[in-house]
Write a protein that binds this ligand. Structure first.
Ligand SMILES: NC(=O)c1ccc[n+]([C@@H]2O[C@H](COP(=O)([O-])OP(=O)(O)OC[C@H]3O[C@@H](n4cnc5c(N)ncnc54)[C@H](O)[C@@H]3O)[C@@H](O)[C@H]2O)c1
Length: 429
């Protein structure tokens, strides 16, 4: 059961494409100063996008590492996909970064919302801290947009009271407050940030319309207005949809193994059905979105989220299952040397947060009789190594995450790589 004290009324007060009143449009178009709080995978490209459109942008982050990467001009190497935007913004001079918010017209909050590992509840401490950090500089007429993924009800039940109690400003009259979730795919961020369709939920209809006008100046996807709770719900539902479908693919792949069926072949045949689109099974689900966000639904309503909770458990079990398969494949070798390739949470990104591949490494390293070697060409710590060099004397190579560079190396130099191995066994998961 949902907490009955939460305000969750989601009756849409506006059609999703409602027109804006002239006075609200004028206000939204007068905004020129943007403050983005949290300069990570979402916040930094968002800040740069506004700067590219001649807004004056202040980026705020509490991390020394993030600020020093910006000050030392290292963004192009830390986030290669942002290199062009960064270079352009540097030459225009519309962006600066610091550790404390300064007065602005608009505040975008893009800080992490992880789960507490022990009880799988949402950790809102960074959202609270980020909101508190803007309160001393908040002024009447400001727009605040939360973009961090949160349990439905957070914008109006957590942010609104924080703002009202500590500043005396009233949300809906003095301050416009929205929730607008990000849908970017890391690896394709710059394109998707501009072109994806997007939902903007307002704590009031006016806030949603003002938010839409602001975002519409830098984004080209369609922008749909709704309530804050509906927008929060949609974001969780989108990631839950992915998680549940991946869990089905993973469970079917385990069954396929039991039947001795080749899942790759079976999946091709299954997807010939005109109304079936079975996703690709893998070693689990990682990252800070799909592996995390479904828990926020489970936290809110444990009894009514059995499918969602089970899907999370199915996906979380996949690293153990992967290790069992690896151990079976080297069961005939007394002290096998196993090379694990690809450590990030998905192909072609260098992000290892919540990565199932890292869990595979951990579980395999706990097997005393196995020598484990790891390699990921996208991670700095492996700079200078090649797939060929790390494959030396290995008995088994498990490609846990199929980075393009790894698959290309296998295709182009597969023979030499096999030759370098002590026992040439390679499995691409
Ligand atoms: N990365 C994605 O693809 C993606 C997509 C959609 C939604 N989201 C959601 O967006 C939010 C941000 O995700 P992210 O991937 O950008 O996170 P991130 O970890 O890459 O970046 C967040 C940044 O916020 C900073 N930060 C933390 N507390 C702060 C505070 N009080 N003040 C200022 N800065 C602070 C951190 O130092 C960090 O640099 C999360 O809720 C995430 O679920 C992410």
């Amino acid at each position: 059961m949902m907490n009955p004290s939460l305000d969750l009324s989601t009756k849409a007060e506006l059609p999703v494409n409602a027109p804006i009143r002239e006075d609200l449009e004028a206000l939204a178009l007068s905004y020129r100063n943007i403050c983005v709080v949290g300069l990570g995978y979402v916040g930094l490209p968002t800040a740069l996008l506004f700067a590219l459109h001649d807004f004056t942008v202040q980026g705020v982050d509490v991390s020394e590492r993030v600020l020093s990467n910006i000050q030392a001009d290292r963004i192009g190497s830390v986030y290669p996909e942002l290199a062009d935007w960064w270079q352009e913004v540097q030459s225009e001079g519309h962006f600066k970064a610091s550790s404390k918010p300064e007065p602005a017209d608009v505040f975008l909050i893009t800080v992490p919302t992880p789960v507490h590992h022990a009880d799988k509840t949402c950790d809102l401490s960074m959202v609270r801290a980020a909101t508190e950090s803007i309160l001393p500089v908040l002024r009447p007429g400001n727009l605040v947009i939360l973009e961090s993924t949160v349990p439905p009800g957070t914008t109006r039940n957590v942010l609104k009271p924080l703002i009202e109690e500590k500043t005396g400003l009233r949300v809906g009259q003095d301050i416009y407050l929205c929730f607008s979730p990000e849908r970017v795919l890391p690896g394709n961020t710059t394109y998707e940030l501009i072109h994806n369709h997007r939902v903007i939920g307002g704590t009031t209809p006016e806030a949603a319309l003002i938010g839409r006008t602001l975002l519409g100046q830098v984004m080209q996807g369609e922008l749909f207005v709704t309530t804050d709770v509906t927008a929060e719900f949609c974001k969780l539902a989108e990631n839950t949809y992915r998680d549940v479908n991946i869990a089905l693919a993973n469970e079917l792949s385990i069954l396929a193994d039991e039947y001795g069926v080749d899942m790759t072949e079976a999946r091709q045949l299954i997807n010939m059905h005109p109304r079936v689109n079975l996703l690709k099974p893998g070693i689990g689900v990682g990252g800070h979105c799909i592996a995390v966000d479904p828990w926020f639904f489970v936290e809110a309503s444990p009894i009514n989220t059995r499918l969602i909770a089970t899907s999370r458990l199915v996906n979380d079990r996949m690293p153990d299952y992967t290790v069992q398969k690896i151990l079976q494949a080297v069961a005939d070798i007394e002290r096998p040397r196993v090379l694990l390739v690809g450590l990030s949470y998905k192909p072609d990104v260098a992000d290892t947060r919540e990565s199932p591949a890292m869990r595979v490494v951990e579980l395999l390293q706990a097997q005393a009789h196995v020598d484990v070697v790891t390699y990921d060409p996208l991670l700095e710590e492996y700079a200078g190594l090649t797939l060929h060099s790390v494959a030396q004397d290995a008995d088994y190579m498990a490609v846990l995450v199929g980075h393009t560079a790894v698959l290309e190396a296998l295709e182009l130099h597969g023979e030499q790589i096999r030759h370098a191995m002590r026992t040439p066994r390679i499995q691409v998961f």
